[in-house]
Design a protein around this ligand. Sequence first.
Ligand code: C5P
Length: 238
Amino acid sequence: MSVDAERTIIVALDFADGREALAFADQLRGTGCAVKVGKELFTREGPAICRALHERGLRVFLDLKFHDIPNTVAAACRAAADLGVWMVNVHASGGREMLEAARAALGDGPARPLLVAVTVLTSLDAVQLNEVGVAASPAAQVVRLAQLAAAAGLDGVVCSPQEIVLVKAACGAGFLTVTPGVRPAGSAQDDQQRIATPAAARAAGGDYLVIGRPITRAAEPRLALGAIAAEIAAAPAV
Ligand code: C5P
């Protein structure tokens, strides 16, 4: 099992309640992967779910996509840092001041959370973007917001596998990309539209891959995780 490759995998804990999520997380103990806590699980269970995951030795990506005035987002980021999460995110469309305030709130300590930005929600197409007043194409808007996030000192963005190359070209290889929509060859596409295999996402330069159902719904989650890690480890280096 490749622990380095496992460390690039973030398992989406999309469970309805904490009991189910923790029963599943118990199966991930001792692996290198991180876990993602989103709005549903956090709203049901609160910060206690993050503490329980930390007790299991798991790094937590708190996926709450903060978007508010700078002071409020900065305070929320500070609260996430106090909770000890490994990664937290905000909406890049909150603007430069909000992004800078979020980044400043996390400080520069060695254990500060990574801060990544959502650019354009992948559920928005060109028509819907236009309806909210954005004339640019989704891809152009992603690049614009990624550059804004990079200029504000953020660590990276959440983006689809198809956008990794664009983001890296615009913001530099060191700017992190966190990528959902990853499906091992032969697994169910579910409701994902623009998918890539783990190997293709890594080969494009993807740093972290968010993977839910191919692992959480597998009969043998640890085996599924191990197989994906092996595929990543065998992907060509970028
Ligand atoms: O089960 P699956 O692998 O599709 O889970 C992907 C995770 O990434 C889910 O938590 C989903 O909400 C999240 N996500 C996504 N697409 C985005 C942003 C987040 O699938 N554009």
